[in-house]
Ligand binder design. Structure first.
Ligand code: PHE
Length: 453
């Protein structure tokens, strides 16, 4: 093989730092905002089981492949794919897989930042104590009136995008790594408190039942695809975010162990979010399938009622903001790494350019809740389309291609050397899953969703 590459962007200080950063990327709005509301839209337990199966059979194996490619290529996903395909004697067009990831990253960040903006707004509401005195109806109205106000949505979207650009501008170690170390554990603890509160309400049993009892009749073909899409979205897979983080991973770190810990942490946080939210939905007679506003209308009710709700409420939205922040930086990083490598642009400027592109795309999402809400395609608004196309199409497609590239096209020698698992049973199982189970799973779910099988 070619001699070991070095990343020009630096490296994580340790394996642990990588785990924190990648977990920071994985754990975000996807777990706490998107997982509960999508679960609600697709009917609960059966969706959750399908989601868990996707994480285990498709997500974890593909995450290993993605980290592995990243560490071997040690560049932005575009250049990594181009170097690896050259090294393996494959078609250079594989670099377009990197480009697809960059595009997906921009599209995701564009609406992600708008939702993170809601979180910012809710920090102000929670800390002002307004949830303490509001009725359930007024809490719902707070959310609706935010959505009706394009100026406010745009302001918060802009603020969040600026926060993202600042951290990415600071670079791998001083920016990305520092941000995640304390915030993730704090978020976890606060989520535990929320689950504790949910347990004390009389909706807990119903919430548990809803989340874990699989009623397969409720799960449509569309629901299967949504579960797959959610697995990719939540684990940050299929667009190069994990690949670029892998490119900063020290050579001696074990890819298998780190990947499993990241996926496990991500899944635990999603389930905890479900456990914190669904009991409240039932205790207060709310609608599980109410869509993207779900956590913004359920949790404030809880904060209004629980002791020290003002403190916990503020803390919760602050930590959610940080969780979103550590994810959004990974959405921007692949594009920024490429701008630095190929255009010779200094990192701060590259971050600003990339951030501006995502910000501009996000204006459509801002408007889709108010002025543009009637402009629809297949009954979906601009925001819905961005979310649907990225989660349900681009990410699984990216993952499929990553699996094919790794398990079918790369030389076994290269894979074995980079993964460092040896060639024993664990390796064999992984290879089998990435060769057959994951790609076939993605294809079958796609075809099923469009009604072909
Ligand atoms: N995984 C992140 C979340 O759950 C979102 C994300 C998707 C980040 C894809 C990077 C890449 O919030």
């Amino acid at each position: 093989m070619a001699e070991k590459r070095q990343s020009i962007h630096g490296q994580w200080s340790s394996r642990w730092a990588f785990i924190m950063a990648a977990t920071g990327s994985a754990v975000g709005l996807g777990n706490i905002w998107r997982f509960p509301y999508i679960t609600g839209e697709y009917g609960g337990g059966a969706f959750v089981l399908m989601y868990l199966a996707c994480v285990l059979l498709v997500g974890i194996p593909i995450m290993m492949a993605e980290v592995m490619l990243g560490r071997r290529g040690r560049q932005s996903p575009i250049n990594t794919m181009s170097s690896l395909s050259k090294e393996e004697g494959l078609n250079p067009a594989w670099r377009y897989l990197g480009w697809m990831g960059v595009v997906a990253g921009f599209l995701i960040l564009s609406f992600y930042s708008v939702v993170a903006g809601w979180t910012l707004e809710y920090i102000f509401h929670a800390s002002s104590g307004s949830f303490l005195t509001a009725t359930d109806g007024e809490i719902g109205e707070t959310f609706d009136s935010l959505l009706r106000d394009p100026g406010q949505l745009l302001a918060m979207h802009t603020l969040f995008m600026a926060l993202t650009v600042v951290v990415v501008a600071m670079g791998v170690r001083s920016g990305l790594e520092r941000a995640v170390k304390f915030l993730m554990p704090a978020l976890f603890i606060l989520l535990l408190i929320m689950v504790g509160y949910a347990m004390s309400t009389d909706g807990f049993q119903e919430g548990l039942y809803y989340l874990f009892y699989p009623d397969w009749s409720k799960l449509s073909a569309e629901g299967f695809l949504a579960a797959l899409g959610q697995a990719f979205f939540s684990l940050s897979l299929g667009m190069g975010a994990i690949m670029v983080y892998g490119s900063y991973l020290p050579d001696d770190a074990s890819i298998g162990h780190t990947t499993v810990s990241i996926a496990l942490a991500d899944t635990v946080v999603a389930i905890m979010a479900g456990l914190a939210i669904f009991p409240l939905v039932f205790a207060y007679g709310l609608e599980a399938g109410s869509g993207p506003g779900l956590i913004f209308v359920t949790l404030p009710i809880a904060f209004g009622q629980m002791p020290y709700g003002q403190v916990f409420g503020t803390g919760f939205f602050v930590l959610l903001l940080f969780a979103a922040w550590t994810s959004s930086i990974s959405l921007l990083e692949p594009a920024v790494a490429w701008l630095v490598e190929n255009r010779g642009i200094a990192r701060p400027k590259a971050a600003a350019i990339a951030g501006l592109i995502a910000w501009t795309l996000g204006i459509g999402s801002v408007l889709s809740f108010n002025l543009w809400q009637d402009y629809r395609l297949f009954d979906k608004t601009y925001f819905d389309i961005m979310d649907y196309v990225t989660s349900n199409i681009l990410l699984p497609l990216g993952g499929l291609l990553i699996a094919v590239f790794t398990a079918w096209l790369m030389s076994r020698k290269a894979i074995v050397a980079e993964l460092g698992l040896g060639e024993g049973l664990v390796f064999q199982v992984w290879l089998f899953v990435v060769r057959f189970v994951a790609p076939v799973g993605v294809v079958v779910i796609f075809l099923h969703a469009i009604g072909i099988i």
